[in-house]
Design a protein around this ligand. Structure first.
Ligand code: NAG
Ligand code: NAG
Ligand code: NAG
Ligand code: NAG
Ligand code: NAG
Ligand code: NAG
Length: 416
């Protein structure tokens, strides 16, 4: 974690406006639902890539939109606990670390205009017989894969069959299903040299804007399914290279280098990644996950910022902080371009996993101070740093898997 990746969310005051529209919305949505049900019957596959952009209040979508909606109370709770799943990193094991409230575990994502099913681990593993799934990205990808392992652990505990020297990339195998799950740590997805990143401070990053990280491209062909994501690392101080020459820098002390911001860099990076996938001629289903929001309030991660809310926001109660909205817009734009270039004859199936808005509504889902074991028993409250970026396990990130599953099921014509 580095300074720039933690940003304070902004509030807006649209919630009362939202309420006025609420009754009307409910009525129209119920009418629309009937229409959606029929159109689904005929189109068969659901187009999950939206043409609408943000959550403008009162806007009525005429079809099911998995990625926009609200969190509704759900007494049933998570599929697993800190006791039943052994894959949870200490930093995200909020229960074990003494987080006192548990209300954050009792919400369910309700997309606008439709319902999603809860993850059916048994069905899923049957579908995954002899298959492999790779998660590629940063520590949020790790957070995500651990959620996945925990959900699947209801049916079978995976064996860890590989980890790299740095304990960042892993491979697991589900013996009864011969299903292989991999995590490839590649925070930029591009070729990079990262030094001095013990603890939370990254001192020197060299990033090649025209070269992909071979750590994932070399393994790409072995995956039947992929979840890939960029994100927060692009906000860090870094020196950029193209054609092996330094072309610029972000936040650098050396004023002779051209400052390059995320608008200069991130579109290039995502384009390169998606072009590789589109042109790979490899028969895979690829989920491109959008950026994950953080929820610091009253400061940043290093200036006493916290995230101690215990319930979700309602739609419209919070808007995405500026930098992250730039990032997500770049992701949506590049995804749209890449998806448009895929001909119908291609084997590559590119899917959007647009969790940004869904997760923005969950300020209550982060470890906060409970990234460490019983932080307050030491009587040392002032020095406790909060993690308002990663997600507690169990927690709202589990729902990312429900969403991915829903997309898969709808596209393959399965029902759970
Ligand atoms: C799970 O969390 C509870 C508190 O909710 C704690 O007492 C227990 O030790 C934890 N177990 C593990 C294995 O983390
Ligand atoms: C999985 O692979 C084994 C061995 O190659 C084969 O016998 C089996 O039919 C395969 N199962 C599926 C569902 O593809
Ligand atoms: C397991 O799946 C792989 C493909 O992912 C296949 O090559 C292998 O034969 C399978 N093994 C068994 C025992 O089914
Ligand atoms: C910037 O370039 C000038 C002229 O080449 C040089 O004198 C100066 O030391 C450079 N500054 C830094 C911070 O490298
Ligand atoms: C939440 O944190 C803020 C400071 O960031 C503090 O003022 C407030 O009292 C805290 N609320 C609870 C319930 O701990
Ligand atoms: C630290 O915070 C906890 C929870 O907010 C509180 O119960 C405890 O009294 C505080 N300890 C000190 C030394 O301020």
């Amino acid at each position: 974690m580095v300074k720039e990746m933690m940003n304070k969310p902004e509030r807006n005051s649209s919630s009362s406006h939202l309420k006025q529209n609420h009754v009307l919305v409910k009525f129209v949505v119920s009418v629309v639902l009937v229409g959606v049900a029929f159109s689904l019957l005929y189109t068969g596959l659901l187009d999950v890539f939206r043409t609408t952009t943000t959550n403008e209040e009162g806007e009525i979508s005429d079809k099911c939109d998995l990625f926009f909606g609200e969190w509704v109370p759900d007494p049933s709770g998570p599929f697993y606990t800190n006791e039943s799943c052994h894959a949870i990193t200490e930093d995200q094991n909020c229960m074990k670390n003494g987080r006192p409230d548990s209300g954050y575990l009792h919400w369910r994502w309700k997309p606008r205009g439709c319902e999603i099913q809860r993850f059916n681990a048994e069905r899923f593993l049957q579908m995954m017989r002899n298959k492999s799934w790779g998660f590629i990205g940063d520590s949020i990808a790790r957070n995500h894969v651990q959620s996945f392992l925990c959900i699947l652990s209801q049916v079978e505990t995976a064996n860890e069959v590989y980890h790299d020297e740095a304990w960042r990339s892993y491979r697991w195998h589900f013996p009864s299903y011969n299903f292989t799950l991999s995590l490839i740590w590649s925070p930029f997805l591009l070729k990079s040299k990262i030094e001095g990143q013990d603890g939370m401070i990254t001192t020197d990053i060299q990033l090649h804007l025209d070269k992909l990280d071979e750590k994932w491209t070399n393994e790409y062909q072995s995956f039947n399914y992929v979840t890939i994501s960029g994100g927060q690392w692009y906000l860090k101080t870094a020196t950029y290279h193209e054609k092996n020459k330094v072309t610029g820098c972000h936040n650098c002390a050396d004023s002779n280098l051209t400052e390059m911001g995320i608008n200069d860099v991130y579109p290039k990076a995502i384009k390169l990644v998606l072009n590789f996938i589109s042109n790979s001629n490899h028969n895979a289903v690829v989920f491109f996950r959008t950026t994950t929001p953080s929820h610091y309030e009253n400061g940043e991660w290093d200036t006493g910022g916290t995230c101690n809310r215990t319930v979700p926001y309602k739609e419209g109660e919070i808007s995405l902080e500026y930098t992250l909205s730039v990032m997500r817009n770049i992701e949506l734009e590049e995804f749209k371009n890449a998806a448009a270039t895929l001909g119908s004859e291609t084997e590559v199936k590119l899917k959007l996993l647009d969790i940004t808005q869904h997760s923005l509504l969950r300020p209550d889902g982060h470890p906060g101070p409970y990234r460490q074991f019983h932080p307050f028993t030491k009587g040392n409250n002032a020095t406790v740093t909060s993690d308002c970026l990663h997600w507690c396990l169990p927690g709202p990130i589990d729902s990312w898997n429900d969403l991915a599953m829903e997309v898969l099921m709808r596209d393959s014509g399965y029902s759970m």
